[in-house]
Ligand binder design. Structure first.
Ligand code: ADE
Length: 419
């Protein structure tokens, strides 16, 4: 048996069913897997992957393995691991997985280090934790690395900060920035899965509730849209004037968090920044308000200060803790302020992860093909890959589109024809 640290291999049968169920919605990735099996573009490449260990990720890892890579996988969040999927990856697919749901910080980093012990040629991150450990404690690994890929907005921000300081030690492809990634995964994926997480955790009716969305990036846009669709009254808070204006014209109420605090029934942070909900807001919230986070890290809600403001903290249902404030009111925190969509639900549905992980697979192939020729900077996904994925996804959905006529092509390349 391949080296691993998972909860129990006895869960593998249930995990395999989940993986196969997800696969049915992942046509683009399946198509890439078929090509990878034939062409072996990742032959002999050692890959360390730090991703949410879900059924969708399992299908990505199968694709990388089909391409010839040796993959070791750990979790990119302590609460997102699907233990049955981790078990099946080890038992049925012979992948070295180091991931157990609900581990403490120490074990979380032990798993990251176990994956890095593979001495990877390629890193695949969701949140840049591998890159961060390599650039901090394990710089000696850099000599083996051709490059890496990054899945999420928060990770890309961290990498660009590293690159701006001229400290990035190998090239990385920003998968998040592909159009076939963030237009769909961040918007429709986060929109649906965040609501799914809130509903599974609370079993609340959304219709008529006031939902406060902190942040109107792609994730916030998706969440606000889906909450509105379920009949919630949606308030948006923003710091960016353009995004705030867009939210206004999309029909949402826009105001500072301090004003929204006494109005909201549910608050969800999707900003990627720290302490978006803090003491001044908690003190004004209604009794029973629900607060949760769908940003990558658990920094958006200041739980340290909330605890200081509280006389007691009690778990009142799975994923729901009631903080009883000194003012007598209760604030309900979901999933300890960690990614609500992956902790209380199952993350984005497979159909959208199909495109994200098709991007990951093609980005890995790109890095390997171009090894030794890339600079230590953050690269965009090629337009060619983005278009390939969009076309393949449309095809898998059975959607046909028009083509420009020769006359239209000519018109678009001319400047002479006017009024
Ligand atoms: N990120 C968001 N949803 C996900 C999923 N289902 N699998 C892996 N990563 C994710």
């Amino acid at each position: 048996m391949i080296k691993h640290d998972v909860k129990s291999l006895s869960l593998a049968k249930a995990g395999r069913k989940k993986i196969e169920w997800a696969e049915r919605q992942m046509d683009v990735l399946r198509q890439i897997r078929v090509r990878f099996s034939r062409e072996k573009p990742l032959a002999g490449v050692r890959m360390a992957a730090c991703l949410h260990v879900t059924a969708e990720t399992a299908n990505l890892v199968r694709t990388l393995k089909a391409g010839g890579a040796q993959v070791a996988l750990c979790a990119s969040n302590p609460l997102s691991t699907q233990d049955e999927v981790a078990a099946s990856l080890v038992k049925d697919f012979n992948i070295a997985v180091y991931a157990i749901n609900n581990v403490d910080r120490q074990k979380y980093y032990r798993h990251i280090n176990a994956v890095l012990d593979l001495k990877p040629n390629l890193t695949m991150d969701d949140g840049a934790d591998l890159v961060s450990v390599i650039h901090g404690q394990r710089k000696n690994l850099v000599k083996n690395i051709f490059g890496g890929t990054e899945e999420t907005t928060t990770g890309v921000i961290r990498l660009k900060a590293l690159a701006d300081q001229k400290k990035l030690l190998y090239p990385i492809v920003a998968v998040n920035d592909a159009q076939t990634k963030h237009f769909f995964d961040n918007r429709y994926g986060t929109g649906q899965s965040t609501l799914d997480g809130i509903i599974r955790a609370t079993n609340w009716l959304l219709a008529g509730k006031t939902v406060v969305t902190a942040g109107y990036g792609w994730c916030g846009r998706g969440f606000a849209l889906k909450a509105k669709g379920l009949g919630a009254k949606v308030i948006v808070t923003e710091v960016d004037p353009l995004k705030a204006l867009e939210a206004v014209m999309d029909g949402f109420n826009v105001m500072p968090m301090l004003k929204a605090a006494p109005l909201g029934d549910i608050f969800c942070t999707l900003t990627g920044d720290t302490h978006v909900l803090r003491a001044e807001h908690f003190g004004r919230m209604k009794d029973g308000a629900v607060v949760c986070n769908s940003g990558h890290f658990d920094v958006e809600i200041d739980l340290v200060v909330l605890k200081k403001m509280s006389v007691s903290v009690k778990t009142v249902r799975p994923f729901v803790e009631a903080y009883r404030l000194k003012n007598g009111r209760a604030i309900h925190v979901l999933a300890g302020g960690r990614l609500i969509n992956l902790a209380a639900a199952e993350g984005h549905p497979a159909s959208v992860m199909d495109m994200s992980f098709a991007n990951q697979s093609l980005a890995a192939e790109f890095v390997v093909k171009n090894r030794g020729q890339l600079e230590n900077k953050v690269y965009d996904v090629t337009l060619e890959n983005d278009h390939y994925i969009a076309k393949a996804k449309l095809k898998s959905l059975g959607v046909k589109i028009d083509r420009l006529t020769p006359e239209q092509v000519k018109y678009l390349s001319s400047w002479e024809i006017g009024t």
